[in-house]
Write a protein that binds this ligand. Sequence first.
Ligand code: PPS
Length: 286
Amino acid sequence: MMEAGRQYIEFEHIRVPAAVHTMESFNYAWKEFETRDDDVFNVTYPKSGTTWLQEILSLIYSNGDPTPVKTAFSWDRVPWIEQHGGRTQLENRPSPRLITTHLPFHLFTQSFFKTKAKVIYTIRNPKDVCVSLYYFSRMVQFMEYRDDFQDFVSLFLSKDIMFGRWFEHVKGWLTMKDNPNFLILSYEDMLKDLRSNVIKICKFLARELDDAAIDSVVEHSSFQAMKNNPMSNYSVVPNDIFDKKYGTFHRKGVAGDHKNHFTPAQEEEFEKIYKDCMKDVNISFT
Ligand code: PPS
């Protein structure tokens, strides 16, 4: 039984929180949005590095100047196309537009495929995604939540999880892997070496930043910098929406936290499903 307030809508068999999505906003993102050649899409499964990329992209497009990330909210700088504000935020925005989305590949903006626009897809270890989403769902009062972690893992592995299952999301997007306008990033790799990943993103986007600008991007998109930045850490969201007694948006920002949460039996069950679903896909997590 879902608590009042934690309501979902279903669009083409994908469930999403009703507080920030409508059928109209999903339809707009899928069918109506007119992609421009210089649009850049920050695509993720939830809790995989979305906000991190919002910060990095904002900083790259300001040539390392931190002013935009210190003066405008991340969700205004790099808005979600499928959320109810998407149309208003994006329609008349000057180019180049930086756009965020959690859309699964089969519901992605159709006009994209007729343009030279670019997609950056960030992947994170699904067990860590599950843990991150567990804490986030407890904090965010409009999201479906299970207090018992085992129950939450079952929800995460079911088709009822928001934006569909991680496995299908990743497999869908990986069909783009040979497209020159598609870049795959790994959350774990970014943790290991953020600078090289920033350089990789700049090359992909043909943005020429000097060393000092790259250093600034790295500095201002670090976990600590973002955790302390009220424009990116969601601290301004009122408690009846993000209940801060359950923690902060920037929780741990590490790889491998699932080891502190999964029992050996849960780990085994998860691995079994992972192997079965991902048998044709060659990715690994450090
Ligand atoms: S959301 O709600 O889908 O937009 O969430 P998303 O931004 O994709 O993921 C949130 C997790 O990313 C971590 N995070 C970071 N990790 C490392 N470095 C930086 N700069 C950073 N910014 C955000 C954030 O802490 C969440 O992970 P957990 O594991 O919960 O800490």
